[in-house]
Design a protein around this ligand. Structure first.
Ligand code: FAD
Length: 463
């Protein structure tokens, strides 16, 4: 089944649904595609419709998404976009989609906004593959979306505000947070940036709420500390923590360890489209090169939100608005210059705030050098840090060669849990060879889909 639309928006998080809302008032056909049962993305993850819950629990989200009803808007939920093919001769794009009955397998769109978000950035150490170790994002989804507490005694290891938010969620859910370790120092430097916090009232009050839970529950936070090892017989029983600079280690009895070391952009779709990307050590992955109006190097393809480097929901919202106005003006719709200027102003303010958080809580990349050679990097294929270092010593310094030699990234998760670490290891070398850019090879599907949907698409047949 093939359908046609003016504007396709991939991802229904804050960036995507704001773009759709902005576009709805114009005379264009919009299609928003999201692989979850409901819109909302990471920030507004909704409780599944089939759950029985107290009426006010989803109230905020219901209010937010109710206005997203319009005859010119089609919402495709539970649908995965797995490839984008630019067709420049026809000034359009062909999107390949996988989903249940009724979901078109192909969508032709005149303009496309890509907003698929990000996922947790991995942090490897001995024992991180034991049951009971999970990412902070996974724990958050289990609690917020499924109402499941994934353990009882928690250690939160990582850096930055996501840790505080998770601690608050866990404490509110009745869990015992034994300790929080943050790889960076206490954010005293924030005091020198106070003017940039002006107006960020929602964020500041969220932060205050989280800290109040942590303090009143007596949870110790060890700044400048890291996790070095998880131990246990078949599952986590204890965590070994210590100063980030090395020194005396301490053992803490816990059954669950949540890792919150930031995010890595989900840029597979924009990479597959052929758009140019740069490696960003700050954002932990490849991000699309974009113009001021957030258009990628493929004309008509815009990329916004966390998939271009995590800046938080307010950056995502402002980017969604700005990109959609750029796309609409290419569709010959008249957009007021004042509106664009106002959004740019908002975006700059939000980006400044996001940048401060990134500076205060950077990913502790140097800690990888402190991990022993038997640390597993690729969990699917059991490739260790020692395997990679040995291959690199023999001159295998790019992704393709390392993949062929060690099988890193070739397992079930297709690099989701190891690629950011691999990028971090090889990029200092690649940058010397080809100033900051690496020729990225990525083939569809962008995320795993069923064989059935590939057959429907005619992959492997002339069609
Ligand atoms: C795990 C995690 C936890 C976070 N926790 C917090 C928090 O506690 N507090 C906070 O302030 N911020 C948090 N953030 C950051 C905040 O949620 C994001 O900055 C914000 O949601 C970004 O919006 P977005 O629209 O760019 O992406 P998202 O909100 O991630 O939305 C992207 C959407 O695209 C969908 N999608 C992805 N790929 C495809 C595809 N191929 N086809 C179809 N749909 C697709 C996803 O399912 C998702 O619904 C978190 C982010 C992550 C990743």
């Amino acid at each position: 089944m093939v359908e046609v639309t003016d504007l396709a928006i991939i991802g229904g998080g804050p960036a995507g649904f704001t773009a759709a809302k902005e576009a709805m008032v114009y005379d264009v056909k919009i299609t928003i595609i999201d692989n979850c049962p409901q819109l909302g993305g990471q920030y507004h993850k909704q409780i599944p419709a089939e759950f029985k819950y107290q009426q006010n629990e989803n109230h905020k989200e219901t209010q937010l998404f109710d206005p997203l009803r319009s005859s010119n808007l089609t919402i495709l939920n539970d649908a995965v976009v797995w490839a984008i093919n630019p067709q420049p001769e026809q000034d359009q794009f062909l999107l390949s989609i996988s989903g249940e009955t009724g979901i078109p397998h192909r969508l032709i769109a005149k303009r496309v906004i890509v907003s698929p978000g990000a996922h947790d950035r991995p942090f490897p150490f001995p024992g991180w593959d034991l049951p009971g170790v999970m990412t902070a994002g996974a724990a958050q989804i289990l609690i917020k979306n499924q109402r499941i507490l994934p353990g009882q005694r928690f250690l939160l290891a990582g850096t930055g505000p996501l840790q505080w938010s998770l601690a608050h969620l866990l404490i509110s859910g009745g869990a015992r947070v034994v300790s929080i370790v943050d790889a960076n120092p206490f954010p005293w430097k924030a005091l020198g940036k106070l003017p940039s916090f002006w107006g960020q009232w929602e964020r500041l009050s969220e932060g205050a709420r989280y800290w109040s839970s942590i303090i009143t529950s007596g949870v110790p936070i060890h700044f400048n500390h890291s996790i070095y090892r998880a131990e246990g017989n078949g599952a986590v029983e204890r965590a070994i923590i210590g100063p980030a600079s090395g020194g005396t280690y301490k053992s803490i009895d816990v059954d669950t360890i949540c890792l919150g070391y930031g995010f890595t952009p989900s840029s597979q779709l924009s990479i597959i489209s052929g758009a140019e990307h740069d490696y960003s050590p700050v954002f932990g992955g490849y991000i699309p090169v974009r113009s001021e109006s957030l258009e990628t190097t493929i004309p008509g393809l815009f990329a916004v939100g966390d998939s271009t480097g995590t800046g938080g929901k307010d950056v995502a919202i402002a980017e969604g608005r700005l990109a959609v106005l750029g796309a609409l003006s290419q569709l010959k719709i008249n957009i007021h210059a004042d509106t664009i200027a106002e959004i740019r102003k908002q975006l700059n303010r939000q980006r400044k705030f996001a940048q401060i958080l990134q500076e205060l809580f950077p990913y502790p990349a140097e800690l990888l050098n402190k991990m022993p050679a038997d640390t597993v990097i690729c969990r699917c294929e059991q490739v260790t840090l020692g395997d990679l270092r040995a291959a690199m010593q023999y001159g295998f310094n790019d992704q393709d060669n390392l993949k062929t030699l060690t099988r890193i990234g070739m397992g079930r998760c297709q690099g989701r849990m190891c690629k950011a670490t691999l990028d971090q290891m090889i990029n200092p070398l690649t940058q010397e060879q080809s100033p900051g850019k690496e020729k990225l090879k990525s083939r569809p599907p962008a995320i795993p889909v069923t064989i059935e949907s590939l057959l429907e698409e005619g992959v492997g047949h002339d069609s």
